[in-house]
Write a protein that binds this ligand. Structure first.
Ligand code: FE
Ligand code: ZN
Ligand code: FE
Length: 225
């Protein structure tokens, strides 16, 4: 495809996003199955349904443009999903795996946020106001998904991972689905407080009510892209 105009680039980027979303609809169920924490599994399943709606939105835009969505593979998303597969193939403590799944998923959301922010802006410049509205809806959903994942991580899952003792080591395929985190919660109050204190000082540079104001602000700016 020759890219002579911004419209050509707009269509090219939309095709890339379409491929990215289609790949994600296959990856999210695997991530939901691998998740140990039921809240994380639910977040992945909810985002799967959201992702299916995002695919539909892109199809509406392609129809309006009288273009076909196929013919391009998003290799960026392919790589991000591959990293998730590598993580899930490792022998991991269940809580550490959950923290890792959140990390991989947040990489995906930030990648999508960059893509949708870009095409939303192109749509506005090209006078495609309706497209811009649809793309903004998806952009908002990706931002919210990232925020929820951050809250799950900072609220408890990172802390549970920090307390991991390898007792529930397993590959995601054979793991029975653990109650280990809850059991550990009961027995290590002091340690949990200590971890909690350290986490709130260091944060992971990503939003939330705790942590440093500067890193929180930076994350908010990123999400606003
Ligand atoms: Fe998406
Ligand atoms: Zn791509
Ligand atoms: Fe997403």
């Amino acid at each position: 495809m020759e890219l002579e105009t911004l419209r050509d680039l707009y269509i090219d980027e939309l095709k890339d996003l379409y491929s990215a979303e289609k790949q994600l609809t296959k990856a999210l169920p695997r991530m939901a199955r691998a998740a140990n924490d039921p809240r994380l599994a639910k977040a992945f399943n909810n985002h799967l349904r959201e992702t299916e709606r995002q695919v539909k939105r892109l199809e509406r835009i392609f129809k309006d443009l009288e273009e076909r969505p196929g013919g391009k593979k998003c290799v960026g998303m392919e790589g991000l999903i591959e990293e998730g597969k590598e993580l899930m193939a490792e022998k991991s403590d269940a809580d550490v795996l959950d923290a890792g799944l959140i990390s991989k998923a947040r990489h995906v959301e930030h990648y999508e946020i960059a893509g949708y922010g870009t095409v939303r802006t192109y749509a506005m410049i090209l006078g495609e106001t309706r497209h811009a509205e649809l793309l903004q809806e998806t952009l908002d959903e990706e931002g919210a998904a990232n925020k929820l994942l951050t809250q799950l991580a900072e609220g408890s899952i990172n802390i549970e991972a920090a307390m991991a003792d390898g007792e529930d080591m397993a590959t995601s395929r054979t793991r029975a689905g653990g109650k280990s985190a809850a059991a550990k919660r009961g027995s290590s109050r002091g340690r949990e407080r200590e971890v909690s204190r350290r986490t709130s000082v260091e944060g992971d540079g990503a939003g939330g009510s705790r942590g440093g104001g500067r890193s929180t602000k930076r994350e908010t700016e990123l999400t606003a892209l």
